[in-house]
Design a protein around this ligand. Structure first.
Ligand code: FA5
Length: 335
């Protein structure tokens, strides 16, 4: 048995010296230290050895196994080190992982552009709640209950007196009741209406603007809007003021811009009219001033509310407003 142990040691040392990769290392481990390995066999044969030799042989086998285990561990450390030194196990031809870059939504970009133009004209920015009371959305704007103008708004009601604001005009009353004229304010934000087709979405954005002072006239309104449209599009962009009706302005107008899809010839987007409506405007009605305790004999003012998605459609030549909200990255990445 002693001879068998010595032979085993020699054989194991030769095998260990020949190891040059991780697979061979693993095969060695299984061969010598596995459950069916030579040490297990030798221990079983120990029972057949003369009784007085057994402790010596057992000790020898154990020492041999431990020493071999030590040399195996050293070999393992050397091999891992030399594999690492031979260079990283990386495939440098693999393409790198791209970190996707986020961008502002096109409607947000246009919204910021609109606000920057008005801020450049001296307007300050005010923000208010999306969930609004019936009072600010309607009553304060001279639209009492049962007024037919309420039908124009396709309102989402939360309960009898609370709703999702249908326009940004409630900000007129909210700001005016807390500040004294002169005022020059824009109020950007989301608004909601039960409405959906190629030029309407149930949630869209408006920017409200209003200016209150002494001796403000309709000419001031036209001047401000013309400057805005020239800056947003270009000097040559055709616009028209069309008489209209809003209960909170008198006189009132809707402002159209020449359809950029068809150059004003008439198409599906402009419903064959050659024009696209982008905003509503007018001189603030004295009834609105009375609700916020402004003296209509002293002060006058104008207000306008523009549709941000409509402007984004014109600016980017998009013919269906719903594309903005389908979250198709192929569409959004273009901006
Ligand atoms: C109003 O909302 C008034 N509050 C505007 C106003 C403010 C008038 C101040 C006078 C003084 P109107 O419902 O027309 O008006 O909407 C204004 C603009 O929002 C429209 O010109 C249009 O560009 C846009 N708009 C209206 N409905 C939708 C919709 N469902 N989807 C997208 N844009 C819309």
């Amino acid at each position: 048995m002693q001879d068998a142990l010595l032979r085993l040691q020699q054989e194991a040392d030769t095998d260990l010296a020949a190891i040059s990769n991780a697979d061979q290392l693993e095969s060695f481990r299984v061969k010598y230290f596995g459950r069916k390995g030579p040490f297990t066999q030798l221990m079983r044969q120990l029972g057949a050895a003369p009784k007085e030799d057994r402790p010596k042989l057992g000790k020898m086998a154990n020492e041999l196994k431990l020493a071999l285990q030590g040399r195996f561990d050293e070999k393992k450390v050397d091999l891992v080190g030399s594999l690492a030194a031979a260079g990283p196990q990386l495939d440098l031809s693999l393409p790198g992982r791209q970190v996707p870059q986020g961008k502002l939504h096109p409607v947000t970009q246009i919204m910021e552009e609109i606000c920057a133009i008005f801020e450049g004209l001296g307007f300050s920015v005010a923000e208010g709640p999306d969930i609004e009371t019936d009072f600010y959305n309607f009553e304060a704007l001279n639209i009492p209950a049962h007024h037919p103008a309420r039908d124009m708004h396709d309102t989402f009601y939360v309960d009898d007196s609370t709703l999702l604001r249908t326009h940004t005009s409630p900000m007129q009353a909210r700001v005016m009741e807390t500040a004294e004229p002169p005022l020059k304010v824009i109020a950007p934000g989301k608004v909601y209406r039960c409405d959906s087709d190629i030029t309407h979405t149930p949630m869209f954005h408006q920017v409200e603007g209003f200016l209150v002072d002494k001796n403000v006239s309709f000419a001031d309104l036209k001047g401000v809007l013309r400057v805005f449209i020239a800056k947003m599009f270009d000097e040559s962009t055709a616009i028209r003021f069309r008489p209209s009706y809003f209960p909170f302005t008198e006189p009132s107008a809707e402002v159209d811009i020449a359809c950029v899809m068809c150059g004003g010839k008439g198409c599906r987007v402009c419903k064959k009219t050659g024009w696209l409506e982008i905003l509503g405007a007018g001189m603030i009605d004295p009834e609105v001033f009375k609700k916020v305790n402004y003296d209509p004999e002293v002060y006058s003012g104008f207000a306008f509310g523009l549709g941000v998605e409509r402007i984004a459609m014109l600016k980017y030549g998009i013919n269906d407003i719903r594309l903005y909200y389908e979250n198709d990255l192929r569409f959004l990445r273009q901006f």
